[in-house]
Design a protein around this ligand. Structure first.
Ligand SMILES: Nc1ncnc2c1ncn2[C@@H]1O[C@H](COP(=O)(O)OP(=O)(O)OP(=O)(O)O)[C@@H](O)[C@H]1O
Ligand SMILES: [Mg+2]
Length: 237
């Protein structure tokens, strides 16, 4: 059984000089509850792939198939909080009323206890990303899309948030597509890493991450897989 399937997916965007083919022949099957990391260069089409998974974009070729209607939680590349609404209002805006009583505990789970009445402008970048994660998890998604969730953060803060996300995903398991530039993050947070590359972008390789769910970023087995992944990225280049 697959939760999500890309079948021969291609995307071509119209551009000023004609057409730009961004993705070609993407075949990817994601099992229910599986966490797949997508790794590729800037501009390779990673956000485009997430937008296809979210149904925000239709493929030019092929199709995206779900086994059950997706309830998507999406952490965008930037936090995308509305600056004129408080945090709790930002979360309420995109969730059905039955989830509103859960907003304080959703904020607590990401380390933002008692900050619901803050405005986004009163938050650090890391706190804003936590809030966007709380917003995505609030509706108990069956498909979680994470687009470089910690890409704009310093390494220390990103490391803390990676560990926190790893714990959250163990508490609330969900089929996940994680886009990242960071091989360590990919291995820490996924069951499988898919490497994208080429022109137009295709799937060039993948690495299965056979590690227990509870992971230590400094564990020797994990670091070995990070090295293996770096090798795979270099051969894909
Ligand atoms: N709506 C759009 N219309 C036209 N071109 C687009 C559109 N969305 C993305 N593109 C183009 O598709 C390519 C891939 O963009 P995308 O944002 O998916 O890359 P990415 O891998 O997420 O990059 P980054 O790592 O920098 O976030 C780029 O060349 C981009 O200009
Ligand atoms: Mg992107």
């Amino acid at each position: 059984m697959t939760a999500l399937q890309f079948q021969g997916v291609g995307v071509t965007f119209a551009s000023a000089d004609g057409a730009r083919e961004v993705l070609r022949g993407i075949d990817l099957q994601v099992a229910p509850g599986e966490r797949v990391a997508l790794l590729g260069r800037s501009g390779s089409g990673k956000s485009t792939l997430l937008n296809l998974a979210a149904g925000l974009l239709r493929p030019t070729q092929g199709q995206v198939i779900y086994d059950t209607p997706p309830r998507v939680g999406y952490v965008f590349q930037d936090a995308r909080l509305l600056p004129w609404l408080r945090l709790d209002q930002n979360l309420a805006l995109v969730s059905p009323p039955e989830y509103h009583p859960d907003i304080p505990s959703a904020l607590t789970r990401v380390g933002l206890a008692g900050r619901g009445s803050d405005y986004p402008g009163q938050l650090s970048l890391g706190m804003a990303q936590r809030a966007s994660l709380a917003r995505a998890l609030l509706i108990q998604p069956n498909l979680l899309l994470l687009d470089e969730p910690f890409g704009a953060l310093d390494e220390l803060t990103a490391g803390e948030l990676r560990n926190q996300l790893s714990r959250l995903l163990r508490q609330q398991p969900v089929t996940t597509l994680l886009v990242t530039h960071h091989p360590g993050e990919a291995v820490l947070l996924s069951d499988r890493v898919v490497v994208l590359g080429g022109q137009p972008t295709q799937l060039l390789g993948e690495l299965k991450i056979d590690l227990p769910p509870s992971r230590d970023p400094d564990d020797e087995g994990l670091l070995r897989l990070v090295r293996e992944l770096r090798g795979l990225i270099h051969t894909a280049d």
